[in-house]
Design a protein around this ligand. Sequence first.
Ligand SMILES: Cc1cc2nc3c(=O)[nH]c(=O)nc-3n(C[C@H](O)[C@H](O)[C@H](O)COP(=O)(O)OP(=O)(O)OC[C@H]3O[C@@H](n4cnc5c(N)ncnc54)[C@H](O)[C@@H]3O)c2cc1C
Length: 451
Amino acid sequence: MNSALETLRRDFGSDVIEPGAAEYESARRSRLASGSPAHVLRPKNVGDVRASVRFAASAGLVLSVRGGGHSFAGFGTNDGGVVIDLSNLANVEIIEKERHLVRIGGGATWGQVAAVLAPHGLAISSGDTKSVGVGGLTLTGGIGWKVRKHGLALDNVATAEVITANGQVVRASAQQNPELFWAIRGGGGNFGIVTAFEFVAHPTTDVFFGKIAFPAAEAATVLQGWADYLRTAPEELTSTVAFANPFAGGPQAPVEIYVAYDGDDPQLAAEAIDPIRRLGTVTGDDIAVKPYADTLVDGTTPAPGIQFVPRSAFVDPKSVPKVLQILAEVRTSERAPFIAVRSVGGAVARVPDDVTAYAHRQAELMVVTTTAGPEPAVEAARPALETIWGRLAPHVNGAYANFLTSATEEDVAAIYPTQTHKRLVAVKRRYDPGNLFARNHNIRPQQATAD
Ligand SMILES: Cc1cc2nc3c(=O)[nH]c(=O)nc-3n(C[C@H](O)[C@H](O)[C@H](O)COP(=O)(O)OP(=O)(O)OC[C@H]3O[C@@H](n4cnc5c(N)ncnc54)[C@H](O)[C@@H]3O)c2cc1C
């Protein structure tokens, strides 16, 4: 038997979970994927993570690193390999009150972060769901209800503690190992396991949050009006428009504009939100003031066999009218997916392109389609999906790694423009030349890089 495994079993006890163990049935799954790994390891500290990495490297097995386990592509599990599940590394601690510096374990979820920060009037720009992991969301972006005002989650990272493929502990920040710091802010889990992040949180108040609904028939004008308004709206306002929901009437489903106004002044909030109310015939409006932490929803665990297949792309300012026109047309097509358009821009666009490996900073919007259901239904909807994306293709660019189900070469090329990819390959060669960390949108160390 592998002596590293014997040592792990001795040191980890019940935190080495293998087929036959009572906990195996739940441990083998991530939120959206099932697998049959040979070993699920639950390290409790940095030393355990280092031992786990050394074992995985010596075993020569596929390695999944699981943060919150929400990867749509199922990166958090595998068949026959090793899963390093970071859920025991979930501590959230304010380490410098004046700077609002918060140290967060690499296996924490955004719900755990919000629960600790809310009583201190602090928050970190993240996503919209409590159960999503800090690790996966941050390492690839982080687009949530504060994105226009406070940027991507990764824009708020000051330092990360990374265990690299050879088991070393490396700190990455603007001052220490800056290339690694650049790479982990967008390059996903390609470079090592982040055991802790240090984020600069920001003071938060209650926020105005909710949705305003319009009739489906007004989709074309409401969508265009929404995008036009966001160009001049205060950055405190972040918004998503959702429509064509197959579970709410498909073509007849209302057009719902979600708004999050980052502030608790009722007059300023009304000034920011009222122009949206004037975009059409309001059929519903549930906007209310609430603590920011209460805007985060619980992630659902789909029933066995139910798939969620998101697909995403970015929209530059000049293409916005055309893309919204196409979306307003295709929303009525048979088997159209659920469509959401998220506002980005604002603080995201103010960060120069080469500061992080996240490269889609000039996009004004992000389009996300989601097909959901049992496999036959998802397959039946595929032709309609392809037709829609075929129409969008000339007018959109890139892809958001966190909203992808697949991990093909084309996906990796869509996530990372050529120059970004080239730089990522150089960092990968330095920190993970053997490609131990490959269950991700993989940067292959041996890949030739085009100039
Ligand atoms: C219900 C739901 C809601 C979502 N909402 C949003 C949203 O509002 N905004 C948004 O931007 N995204 C959102 N996402 C997408 C989400 O950001 C991605 O699915 C993300 O990858 C999840 O991270 P995780 O840690 O939970 O997942 P995991 O499956 O655990 O990890 C995903 C990837 O990150 C790597 N990874 C995770 N943690 C670490 C770590 N500490 N060190 C090194 N590598 C690590 C894993 O190896 C894997 O490759 C949502 C997803 C779901 C399912």
